[in-house]
Design a protein around this ligand. Structure first.
Ligand code: FAD
Length: 567
């Protein structure tokens, strides 16, 4: 029974698991003997003794035998060792032998430094020992060397073993070979670094957005664009423009899991207010849930990879070329309009005398006065010659080009009209105040004629300000919407149109221009005619005091796309 008493004593040492290999052997033998005793107690053994032994074979309030603890440690797949306070190995389990290549008998009694590759920096050991001295566990990675000399990376945890008397008597070490894991970690990290540097070096804007359209990854080009936009999020501007230009198609391609490519969008620069153009491509990426919650029920998160290449320079070149082409067209049209104006004037001028001749000839014919035949003959010849000349003039009138009707964005059209007039604006020192409204419905019309209409109004405004006395030269152009109408307002700081002439200026052949010799007064009449052809109106603002203000109103169309179409 003395031996039976010793068992609890060993227990009382609590978490001091094993002192030495010999202790372990003694204790194991004793434990086996007690188990045999409990399996077949000698006849007559008092029940109280059996109870006491059986209790002693259990740990604390639990029901687990110490042998079970030993076997659990021994069979653990983690390399486990127990050392004294100098790191001398007292016990090592089977997995320790498996990981290090040393048999248990080869390591017991030797220092754990036996595993050191001697390339682990001293500060790591100092940190390790520092923590242990403070009775705190330590975890970290060390470079170890196996018995065969092969290096491996050990993920090591060392825990001080504290007795019931609050003494640290041993250290418990657990480690595993994480060389392969480290290799994979490094591979992932290298690939991440490689991808990041490729993405960063890319000249185009690259950004990844989460489902809430928050930026989760961006590159240097994106950051630069953000700087250009004075901190405004470029992704918001790009997405907004994409939604406006693609409409429902954007959602549809997302639902179908497809991407989109080379969508041309624009937004206004925060620096100079000029539009910046981008060719955008996008694709949706599904990422698996990283947290433990999604381990058995995989959840996915959706991200949008957006790539935008700036094409502002290209777009500007294209626009310049278009403006040049339009300028040539406008010059040609001006010439044609001039010819038409002159011919109309000539026809108008000839019509009067011819009417007089016709009336005189008719009068003479009806009165049948003697001796007037020669005069009647001359008048008849003059009338015939005049009518022929009139017919020739009418036939020489340049024909109007038949143009198809199409949706037209008047913001773009007005920008072109300003582009065509740039040289004159600069020459005359005119300051332009251009205020396009952000969202403008399209107008269904004939582009060339509408351009002609607005060019005429802009030319009128410039003519009005070209006088020497006009010191302040400001041309204002604004677009707006009024119910279903699209309104274009053109203002100038010229002398204005007196109230008495406000109706007359729309009459054909009326002109109030100083250079009347060059004009026969068809400009506003023609503009009025073109507006009428588009079911629109032209009105001179009677309230405007600083010069002349003309409102052109044209019916707008409200297709979904036009609703959002930006200037
Ligand atoms: P050492 O002179 O032994 O140690 C380097 C520095 O550690 C010293 O400058 C000193 O500051 C500090 N130090 C060393 N011993 C003590 C001490 N007793 N008290 C306070 N500070 C001290 N090392 C490995 O390389 N691989 C292992 O797998 C490993 N497992 C370990 C497991 C346990 C339970 C413990 C306690 C230590 C373990 N070590 C391990 C550390 C090992 O004991 C050595 O400290 C280390 O290997 C460096 O050995 P060294 O001979 O090069 O230098």
């Amino acid at each position: 029974m003395r031996g039976c008493k010793e068992v609890p004593e060993t227990r009382q040492e609590g978490r001091r698991l094993v002192h030495s290999q010999s202790n372990h052997a003694v204790w194991q033998g004793l434990s086996e003997a007690l188990e045999a005793f409990l399996d077949a107690p000698p006849e007559g053994t008092p029940a109280t003794v059996i109870d006491a032994v059986s209790q002693a074979m259990r740990v604390g309030a639990g029901l687990l035998a110490p042998r079970l603890f030993f076997e659990a440690v021994e069979q653990s797949p983690l390399a486990i060792s127990i050392t004294d306070l100098e790191a001398t190995i007292l016990y090592a389990n089977a997995a320790f032998a498996g990981v290090t290549g040393y048999a248990t008998s080869e390591v017991v009694g030797r220092n754990q430094s036996l595993l050191s590759d001697e390339t682990t920096p001293t500060y790591v050991y100092q940190a390790l020992w520092g923590m242990l001295r403070e009775r705190r566990p330590w975890n970290g990675r060390l470079l170890n060397r196996r018995k065969d000399g092969a290096r491996y990376l050990a993920d090591l945890t060392i825990v001080p073993v504290v007795t019931a008397g609050d003494q640290v008597t041993h250290y418990l070490a657990m480690h595993r070979d994480v060389t392969q894991l480290h290799r994979l970690e490094q591979q992932v990290s290298n690939q991440k670094a490689l991808i990041e540097s490729v993405v960063d070096a890319a000249p185009m804007v690259i950004v990844v957005l989460d489902a809430e359209e928050r930026v989760v990854l961006d590159n240097q080009a994106y950051k630069k664009l953000m700087g250009d936009m004075r901190g405004r999020e470029p992704a918001t501007a790009l997405l907004g423009a994409l939604k406006a230009s693609m409409g429902e198609a954007l959602e549809q391609v997302r639902h179908r899991g497809q991407g989109f490519s080379e969508q041309i969008v624009s937004f206004h620069s925060a620096v100079d207010g000029e539009p910046r153009w981008f060719s955008c491509s996008g694709t949706w990426i599904q990422e698996r849930e990283l947290s433990a919650d999604g381990f058995f029920e995989p959840r996915r998160h959706e991200y949008l990879l957006l790539i935008a290449a700036e094409i502002t320079a290209l777009k500007r070149r294209q626009q310049e070329m278009r403006i040049n082409a339009l300028r040539a067209l406008a010059a040609e049209e001006e010439l044609t309009a001039g010819m038409r104006e002159v011919l109309s004037g000539a026809i108008f001028q000839m019509q009067g005398p011819l009417n007089v001749i016709a009336a005189a000839a008719d009068m003479l014919r009806r009165r049948s006065l003697a001796g007037t035949e020669p005069v009647r003959g001359v008048l008849g010849q003059a009338l015939e010659a005049g009518m022929q000349a009139l017919a020739t003039l009418k036939a020489s009138m340049p024909a109007d080009i038949d143009e198809p009707r199409m949706p037209i964005n008047l913001n773009e059209l007005m920008r072109e009209v300003l582009g065509i007039s740039t040289d004159r604006l600069l020459k005359d020192g005119v300051v332009v105040d251009w205020r396009p409204t952000a969202v403008l419905p399209a107008v269904i019309g004939q582009e060339r004629r509408l351009r002609c209409l607005f060019k005429q109004l802009v030319d009128n405004a410039l003519d009005a300000m070209s006088g020497r006395g006009c010191l302040r030269r400001e041309l204002g152009i604004a677009t707006s919407t009024d119910a279903d109408l699209v309104q274009i307002t053109i203002t100038d700081t010229g002398p204005g149109i007196p109230e008495t002439l406000r109706r007359k200026v729309f009459e054909p052949f009326f002109t109030a221009k100083a250079t009347a010799g060059r004009h026969v007064g068809m400009g506003l009449a023609m503009a009025q005619e073109l507006a009428n052809q588009h079911a629109g109106t032209i009105e001179i603002d009677a309230e405007y005091q600083e010069g002349c203000c003309i409102h052109v109103r044209l019916p707008g169309t409200r297709t979904r796309r036009d609703n959002h179409r930006r200037s």
